[in-house]
Design a protein around this ligand. Structure first.
Ligand code: NAD
Length: 478
């Protein structure tokens, strides 16, 4: 028996959870449940995170959490429970299989069978945002080596376990050379440890276009958080329906399983919702806790049910489908098919599935880090960068000189173009004329001079040479 935590959530959540649990019970899953309350009622009860401290204790004790969708109330102040859960519990990998079920579910892509492995904890989802000037706000994109190593290794281990042939990486490292560059670099490093699995990298824009056009070219795809968020929805949708897909959120200690869709309040309490997405989340959970035989039995019964043409309204198609059923009736049909396998669709075999455990991340020896300059960001409402350069040059001292000004990343001084549109947010780069390396105290002096000169500095970024190599972006056009 494995004790898990369940939450029935909002909208269609309770109906699809009841249907899922009924199927699991009939299939002989060895599960005991602790039920917690999350979502709308908790939010509206005054808890802005949508979950109580007591519920966290239960989730952390049981370590495995099957969650129905919830409704996040409109209006400010309510935090996304999904994002919070993933980050609090260190659920670094989001795994979404997207398989088409042609000809039983209509799709333009009959031979699609891919798995998206999305990094789940960092990237722009660190949620570190600031307004810095009248006109400019920023969001920090954080990518870490441990974050990259964990997700890339997970993708290769998953491919190995599932007998998949290829892992593809999507990044935008032609533009974001540091952040996406690190993700790509780690992908190349780790791919070498799996010579039996093919590997490739695509720039995310053309990769996404290929994914939408010829998904049969892909197998497992690993990517940073934001691209994964967007592309996993597209991938699920082009299989035929988002209502069919489940997802796993995997951490070193805990794991959460769910449907990929939301709480669909408009079709709630009518016994019409398709329970397949949550059922798929539950199948991934059964594999995770070592009950693969049950997962296999349920999955094959589910495929057989679709083949029999027993469909909920969302995938029902006159001519192709045989019987339109409700949530409960669909679950009963799956139960009736337990022990059977599909004849046209490919049946599944989950022989060696189990939770994937990665080696603990070990911190690498420290890199050699030298401070070689500083970018001082300035709020200035003028228009001509040459005027700003004159003002900012007044804070130069001791050979530490203004070397460049950029506006939204484009070099505007020296030798800028008058056509470049400028906002009120300027990056002024200072470097030493005499020595390569500067001191932290030099930055303090620069900033103190800026106060004396009435220059509105909004932040600084240190410029480092890491192991002798410049580890920061140059101005575009430089
Ligand atoms: P949604 O996924 O709930 O619905 C989108 C469309 O898909 C609707 O037409 C809906 O009827 C249909 N649909 C979804 N699931 C279905 C199912 N199982 N069977 C048949 N049809 C189904 O997205 P939405 O309407 O944008 O969001 C509704 C609420 O869900 C919002 O409050 C949102 O914040 C929340 N949400 C929660 C989660 C989660 O808890 N993981 C994820 C996404 C959205």
């Amino acid at each position: 028996m494995t004790r898990i935590t369940i939450a029935k959530g909002d909208g269609i959540g309770p109906e699809i959870m009841d249907a899922t649990l009924e199927v699991l019970k009939a299939a002989g899953a060895e599960l005991e449940y602790d039920e917690i309350e999350i979502g709308e009622s908790v939010y509206l009860g005054g808890n802005t995170s949508g979950i109580s401290d007591g519920a966290w204790d239960i989730i952390r004790r049981n370590k495995v959490f099957l969650k129905a969708p919830i409704t996040t109330p409109q209006g400010g102040g309510y935090k996304s429970l999904n994002v919070t859960t993933r980050k609090f519990l260190g659920l670094y990998a989001n795994v979404r299989p997207c398989v088409s079920l042609h000809p039983f579910v209509s799709t333009k892509h009959p031979v699609m069978d891919i798995v998206i492995v999305r990094e789940n904890e960092e990237d722009l989802y660190a949620g570190i945002e600031h307004q810095q000037t009248d006109e400019v706000v920023q969001c920090l994109k954080l990518i870490s080596r441990p974050g990259c190593e964990k997700i890339v290794r997970y993708a290769f281990e998953y491919a190995k376990q599932q007998n998949r042939k290829k892992v593809t990486c999507f990044t935008k490292d032609n533009i974001m050379k540091q952040t996406d560059g690190l993700f790509h670099q780690v992908f190349d490093e780790i791919a070498k440890e799996y010579p039996e699995i093919e590997n490739e990298h695509w720039i995310v824009d053309i990769g996404a276009a290929m994914l939408a056009d010829t998904p049969e070219c892909f197998d497992v795809i690993v990517m940073p958080n934001l691209y994964g968020d967007i592309l996993s929805d597209i991938a699920a949708q082009i299989t035929g329906s988002v209502g069919l897909a489940g997802s796993a959120n995997i951490g070193e200690e805990c794991a959460m399983f769910e449907a990929i869709h939301g709480s669909a309040p408009r079709i709630a309490r009518q016994n019409i919702a398709n329970p397949s997405g949550l059922l798929h989340g539950a199948l991934m959970m059964l594999n995770h806790i070592g009950q693969s035989e049950i997962a296999e039995k349920v999955h094959n019964a589910w495929l057989k049910t679709l083949e029999d043409g027993i469909h909920t309204f969302d995938i029902f198609k006159e001519g192709a489908s045989k019987q339109k059923v409700g949530t409960k009736e669909f679950a009963k049909a799956v139960i009736n098919n337990l022990g059977k396998t599909p004849s046209l669709l490919k049946s599944v075999a989950y022989a060696n599935n189990a939770a994937i455990h990665l080696p603990k991340y070990t911190r690498k020896p420290s890199l050699q880090k030298e401070l070689v300059g500083v970018d001082v960001f300035v709020h200035w409402s003028g228009n001509d960068p040459n005027d700003l350069a004159e003002i900012v040059k007044r804070i130069e001292f001791n050979g530490i000189k203004l070397s460049m000004i950029t506006n939204r990343g484009i070099k505007v001084w020296p030798n800028g173009f008058k056509e470049t549109f400028c906002t009120d947010h300027w990056r002024c780069r200072f470097k030493s004329e005499n020595t390569k390396v500067i001191e932290k105290s030099d930055i303090i002096e620069l900033l103190a001079n800026a106060i004396d000169e009435n220059i509105d500095t909004i932040k600084t970024e240190n410029l480092y040479a890491i192991n002798g190599k410049e580890a920061y972006s140059l101005g575009q056009g430089q």
